[in-house]
Ligand binder design. Sequence first.
Ligand code: BG6
Ligand code: MG
Length: 218
Amino acid sequence: MKAVIFDLDGVITDTAEYHYLAWKSLADELGLPFDKEYNEKLKGVSRMESLELILALGNTEYTDEEKYQLADQKNELYKEMIKKVTPADLLPGIESLLKELREAGILIALASASKNAPFILDRLEVTHYFNHVVDVTQIKNGKPDPEIFLTGAAKLGVLPADCVGVEDAEAGIESIRSAGMYAVGVGTPAQMQKADLIVASTSELTLDLLKSSHANRA
Ligand code: BG6
Ligand code: MG
């Protein structure tokens, strides 16, 4: 294992909940029956694709301009929520894992679909741990396509087979696996069916666990 490539929302910090709340507020306003179960489909998916999934719950047609306006409305609400993010919002064990990885000379990248990712890393005060943050505006195909994780590996100069990817979304696990990397899923076995290794909480993620699981991969 030469590098670990992290997802952000739901792995480094629990902003997945804020994305949900912001979409929920928009869906309520539009009278659409959006709930937590349906929200699983949105995890890891870009802003505009998420909006399309929500609008598919109703049968109103919107113009492109209206769609951009709705996506903006959600993003403004989301940005209000993430202004309050502090280092205390790092998920359990994440900062010690980032430290351990750096000390062991393992490279670290971020592969998040969120355009707000650099701002959130700064709020969490962990930007300095990352050797590379993939610029999502340069990615043509979002998760589950492997492009974002492959770009992370290429920018770090490591082979996909030497990378471990960490995700909390089904689309993200698929992206890691099709990139030819070892996939670690944070969540329940039902949500993380395709992961190579599943942990219930980020507190279980340690250098030892990642290294030995990657070394013993099938
Ligand atoms: C992903 C989240 O990390 O980023 C998705 O899991 C979100 O829920 C996507 O839609 C895009 O985020 P943003 O901040 O660019 O709207
Ligand atoms: Mg996520």
